[in-house]
Design a protein around this ligand. Structure first.
Ligand code: CA
Length: 541
């Protein structure tokens, strides 16, 4: 009986080998042309359950409309969870969902509720239940630098100041909210606005509609503790912290203390809580902010139009610039890790405040695909902004960076109206999801494969990156990742020519998967690995 079972296993293995050219099952790769299709054979059963996830940033307003009013909503998000699983992501960052007078909802008026445009608390709870069943983690955008001017805290403080006789000092015992904000009898700088009907001013770093909170106030900190606990009890694993470098503008050490408080607070509620802060700065400042102990800070040194990834893609075929991609990863990791050994890097290409990658790459499809790989092969928690997996365009004013998700060509079936003042591009470079699903080499399929590759090989996200100097040359970017006993090599041909890598001395590494921009596959003959233009190969030990 045992022998029969073994025979059946052998037969099954042979069938699997014949049925798929997936490199995982083919130790001898001599001359074999490797195909992708990883997404179809995705096996992530060895993936650890932790916060190293592939996150997807959703602007609910523009994602999917479930009730036909033209505005995206939480039921719309629920209806697209199948899609997110098809794409392969396993974490969602929801941009603000709380009541707010603006379309973007970054001026919150109630931290404990859902904006009626997006639905109800029951909808949110349904979303959380669906995500739990699918092992999709959820983080909420927590906007703590400021509230909306219509938040009751601010309105009560304002009314209290209006009730004061001129020249009298406000008393927090009479109205605690006067200490939640930065009120001053003088206009300290251009970020201060007058309180109507009084001689008082308040700070509004972004604009008059967003009064800045005083995050050192103990009563406010108690409120924040309650807000975090409220949402974490509903199942969110943590928060994306908006505008952390403006908590105390120009005072990083105070901001680091606030981030330390927020991290301690979240972890006191759930030891596995995940926080990721927006500190829109270069890598050395980001490194400083890791002193706070926060798990993640968005890696602006690599994302956005001024980051490393775009710089390298603009210098395709330039050997010196290409080699700097691996060395920059090593350098950033060392600096971040020195301040927080448990940090989780948070790479991204774009977000709701930046242009989209299509613009950064002048709509060159091959570069857009390679950008995806450069982001998704980085260590840590990689973030994908909705629509980037379709190569959507979007630049200019903020609403234009937040255009409706392009589900289909007819632009119905849940497609939202554009946000106010959004200027839609005349045409999208690569078409809608409906079209791209049917194309073997679409950017959507490329994203699927890259995410699957990342998730099937956790050493890619969990490993410590170093530049693999011997291979990091000739316009091939070579990074080694080390995670305990496991290690991998990530080779990227960042050039328009075919490249050959000599893997003599690297025999312990075997191909785990490849990413190619078209039908030209990666081939290996003996120790020679041939990478077509823009191809990526991942080899694991
Ligand atoms: Ca709606």
């Amino acid at each position: 009986m045992k022998q029969l079972t073994r025979l059946a296993c052998l037969l099954l293995t042979a069938l699997l080998l014949l049925g798929s050219f997936s490199s995982q099952f083919t130790p001898d790769l001599s001359g074999v042309k490797l195909q992708e299709g990883l997404a179809e054979y995705s096996d992530v059963s060895t993936e650890p359950v932790d916060n190293y996830r592939t996150w997807y940033e959703i602007f609910v307003y523009s994602f999917c409309d479930s009730d036909g009013d033209g505005i995206g909503d939480l039921q719309g998000v629920i209806s697209k969870l199948d899609y997110l699983q098809e794409l392969g992501v396993n974490g969602i960052w929801l941009m603000p969902i709380h009541p707010s007078p603006t379309y973007h909802k970054y001026d919150v008026t109630d931290y404990y509720a859902i904006d009626p445009q997006y639905g109800t608390m029951a909808d949110f709870e349904a979303l959380m239940e669906q995500c739990r069943e699918r092992d999709i983690s959820v983080i909420l955008d927590l906007v703590l630098n400021h509230t909306g001017v219509d938040h009751p805290w601010f309105r009560e403080a304002e009314a209290y100041l209006q009730s004061l006789e001129p020249g009298r000092e406000p008393d927090a015992a009479q109205c605690p909210y006067v200490d939640y904000y930065f009120f001053s009898p003088s206009q300290v700088n251009g970020d201060y606005y007058g309180v109507e009907g009084t001689d008082w001013f308040y700070e509004g770093k972004f604009w008059s509609g967003m009064p800045d909170l005083n995050l050192e106030n103990e009563d406010l900190r108690e409120e924040i503790r309650n807000i975090m606990a409220f949402w974490m009890e509903k199942g969110v694993v943590g928060f994306r912290l908006d505008a952390a470098k403006e908590y105390f503008s120009g005072q990083p050490s105070r901001n680091i203390q606030v981030l330390n408080f927020l991290t301690q607070t979240a972890k006191s509620i759930n030891p596995d809580a995940y926080l990721v802060a927006e500190v829109w700065e270069g890598f050395s400042t980001i490194a400083d902010y890791y002193q706070s102990g926060i798990p993640s800070i968005f890696n602006f040194a690599f994302g956005d139009s001024s980051g490393k990834i775009t710089a390298v893609l603009r210098a395709v075929d330039n050997e010196k610039t290409v080699s700097s991609f691996a060395t920059a990863q090593e350098k950033a990791d060392k600096a971040y890790r020195a301040n927080n050994p448990d940090y989780i890097d948070a790479p991204f290409l774009s977000n709701h405040d930046t242009g989209r990658i299509a613009g950064f790459c002048n709509r060159e499809e091959n570069k857009m695909k390679l950008a995806a790989a450069m982001n998704l092969m980085m260590s840590g928690s990689a973030f994908v902004y909705y629509g980037e997996e379709l190569g959507m365009a979007g630049s200019g004013n903020d609403p234009s960076k937040r255009a409706p998700m392009l589900w289909n060509e007819a632009r119905d079936a849940g497609t939202t109206n554009p946000p106010p003042e959004c200027q839609l591009p005349e045409e999208y470079p690569l078409g809608s999801l409906e079209i791209q699903r049917e194309q073997e080499y679409s950017i959507f399929r490329y994203y699927q494969q890259a995410i699957a590759l990342r998730r099937e090989n956790p050493v890619i996200s969990h490993g410590i990156p170093t530049a693999e100097t011997a291979l990091n040359a000739n316009c091939v970017s070579a990074t080694r990742k080390t995670w305990g006993e496991e290690s991998c090599l990530i080779l990227m041909n960042i050039s328009t020519e075919e490249k050959q890598c000599d893997l003599t001395g690297y025999e312990v590494f075997t191909l785990a998967g490849t990413l190619t921009v078209d039908e030209r596959g990666v081939t290996q003959t003996g120790n020679q690995l041939i990478l077509p233009p823009y191809a990526v190969a991942v080899l694991c030990n």
